[in-house]
Design a protein around this ligand. Structure first.
Ligand code: ATP
Length: 248
């Protein structure tokens, strides 16, 4: 992201964001409510446009494309191609209630990736094993706990084989006793996968444990971008110190 500005109805929520994320890096994005964390994720997922600046994913600008050696506004095909590189898991899991767990995961594999049903099912079973839900394959979302639903949502996002995964406060809507099971799935993915991961979280010990890098935002700006060790033991910015003091 270069000099990205974004406002909603006159409220400026991103104020010149500059951010480079190398492939495979695991980043925790922290900061007070309303600081613009989700907006950054939604922009990267192409769910929101920007007012000014530039956003590139895998070397390609999201909102513009090259045609006849000129840069022109992106068409739907270009945006869809970029979106295919990115997966996102939301706070509310938004599973399809009328579909089994297995079908929630295979649906996009068949319709977006155009995989044959059998191959999709095999891949979905592997992913459901990864998130510890192989025994729930035939269940429906209403028969699952919040933590289980969120693990299905994670499997569903992984099913599209993204290079980049965005997690937006995926444990915030869960009862406290269900948070651990979702964090342990995320931890495992962070350790084992080559995917780039950008994780908005209020779970500071989790951020400290899995992130290569922690970014602290406040009021639409990146205040500090540092290693977990520095952020959590000797942050360089007063604003970071104040935030951590209020929540730790
Ligand atoms: N679609 C929208 N329309 C109007 N205002 C919006 C919209 N999306 C976000 N906002 C506002 O933009 C600001 C930043 O929101 P954002 O969700 O990015 O913050 P956040 O740091 O993720 O906060 P939280 O930790 O509470 O989720 C907030 O004031 C929010 O109300």
């Amino acid at each position: 992201m270069r000099e990205v500005w974004k406002s909603f109805d006159g409220l400026t929520v991103l104020k010149g964001i500059d951010l480079d994320i190398p492939p495979s890096q695991k980043i925790a994005l922290i900061g007070p409510s309303g600081s613009g964390k989700s907006t950054i994720l939604r922009i990267l997922m192409t769910l929101e446009g920007i007012d000014s600046g530039r956003v590139e994913i895998d070397g390609e600008s999201i909102w513009t494309m090259q045609r006849d050696s000129r840069e022109v506004p992106a068409d739907r095909h270009h945006i869809r191609k970029i979106r295919g590189k990115v997966g996102m898991v939301f706070q509310h899991f938004n599973l399809f209630p009328h579909m089994s767990v297995l079908r929630n995961v295979t649906e996009a594999m068949v319709h977006v990736l155009h995989l044959p049903q059998e191959e999709a099912e095999k891949g979905a079973v592997d992913l459901l094993k990864l998130v510890g839900l192989e025994d729930k394959i035939e269940n429906y979302p209403a028969q699952l706990s919040g933590g289980q639903k969120q693990r299905v949502a994670i499997a569903r996002a992984l099913a599209l084989r993204p290079q980049i995964m965005l997690f937006d406060e995926v444990t915030s809507a869960l009862d406290p006793e269900l948070v651990g099971e979702v964090l342990s799935v995320l931890r495992q993915i962070a350790i084992e996968s080559e995917m780039t991961m950008l994780i908005v979280t209020h779970e500071m010990s989790f951020a400290q444990e899995i992130a290569d890098r922690v970014i602290f935002m406040a009021e639409g700006k990146i205040i500090e971008d540092n290693t977990p060790e520095i952020i959590f033991s000797r942050p360089t910015q007063k604003r970071t110190q104040e935030f951590l003091r209020t929540i730790l």
